[in-house]
Design a protein around this ligand. Structure first.
Ligand code: FES
Length: 337
């Protein structure tokens, strides 16, 4: 009967949907069906996609995913981004509202690596040519499947979608990271890479407020895309861009930011651990502290976008929400591990 009837997933007290090809995770199947299934990282790290299985069978891809606590596991919770559909099922999850519906339904395609450029000691810009043009919003990300490495890595697009199907990424080489070694060095230009996307909620929303972009390290990629998006708007919105880097060896990445010009952009580069002695005459310390120094007490007047390591995101959340009472709807980021 399974061959005759398509698999059907029913959401308790909600809609039903039919997953596509069998390799789909429950999360991707739901997003492709246009549902506002909750998620952030889509790689098992954040726990946002937790659900309960009421009937049916799903296969768990990563048993030890950090997105589930021991308590979650005891209570029978599962991660939709780590669950493969095995047939009809009934699940319990609270879907988001209309505002959280995916902007563009994700697709998995095989792209070609068309260019790789070093931009700092350990960061490269990759350009991938997709065989079609699924489109994306400024600030979204994709899952890349580095050949020869297990599983997917999430990287944000740094350019704007111009309809050509060319997606740019800024990737940092992480010590010991198999996937980033493949993407940053080993994979030859011209090679094929599977790409699945776009994903993410932290995309540029229309608004009349000026924009603050805060980037740490390779979080520069999505924030460049957001800034490019604002500067391409016909309106008068301004961008205040803060880029946190570690030391002088990272400064090549700042050139990407400084290449964005225009009267509507102000750019600040902050080094957390400059050499000593250093020729660096710019800001030093934590990037969130520099944001506060320049923009408080008016932080509530802006839309805030941010991407970077978890401690930076947490410091920004604390700064904006706890200390300056910026409304949650003016703050956007996706949480990675
Ligand atoms: Fe599934 Fe983050 S753990 S979306």
């Amino acid at each position: 009967a399974a061959l005759l009837q398509p698999t059907r997933i029913e959401i308790d007290n909600g809609p039903s949907f039919q997953p596509g090809p069998q390799e789909d995770t429950l999360l991707r199947a739901a997003l492709r069906a246009g549902l506002a299934f909750p998620y952030e990282c889509s790689v098992g790290g954040c726990g946002a996609c937790r659900f309960e299985l009421l009937e049916g069978v799903v296969q768990t891809l990563w048993e030890g995913a950090p997105g589930l606590s021991e308590r979650d596991r005891k209570r029978g919770k599962r991660l939709a981004c780590q669950s493969r559909v095995q047939g009809d099922a009934r699940i319990r999850v609270r879907l988001g509202g209309e505002a959280e519906q995916p902007a563009v339904a994700p697709q998995r395609v095989t792209a070609t690596l068309s260019e790789r450029r070093a931009i700092s000691d350990d960061m490269v810009e990759l350009r991938l040519a997709l065989p079609c043009s699924p489109g994306f919003q400024a600030g979204q990300y994709a899952l890349l499947y580095p050949p020869g490495a297990q599983g997917a890595r999430a990287y944000s697009m740094s350019n704007l979608d111009d309809g050509s199907g060319e997606w740019h990424f800024i990737v940092r080489r992480t010590p010991g990271g198999r996937g980033s070694a493949v993407m940053c060095a080993e994979l030859p230009v011209g090679a094929k890479v599977d790409v699945d996307g776009p994903y993410g909620h932290a995309w540029l929303r229309p608004s009349s407020r000026d924009v603050v972009c805060v980037a740490g390290g390779s979080g520069l990629g999505p924030m460049l895309s957001i800034a490019r998006g604002v500067l391409a708007e016909p309106g008068a919105r301004r961008v205040h861009f803060f880029l946190g880097l570690r030391h002088e060896g990272d400064l090549g990445a700042a050139d990407q930011l400084l290449a964005l010009t225009g009267e509507r952009l102000s750019a600040t580069v902050v080094l957390s651990s400059p050499a000593s002695p250093s020729a660096w005459a710019g800001a030093t310390g934590f990037v969130h502290a520099e944001v506060e120094r320049q923009l408080a007490p008016d932080l509530g007047h802006y839309d805030h976008y941010m991407a970077g390591p978890p401690p930076m995101i947490e410091a920004m959340q604390d700064l904006l929400m706890a200390r300056h009472e910026v409304p949650f709807g003016q703050i956007r980021f996706d949480r990675f591990v």
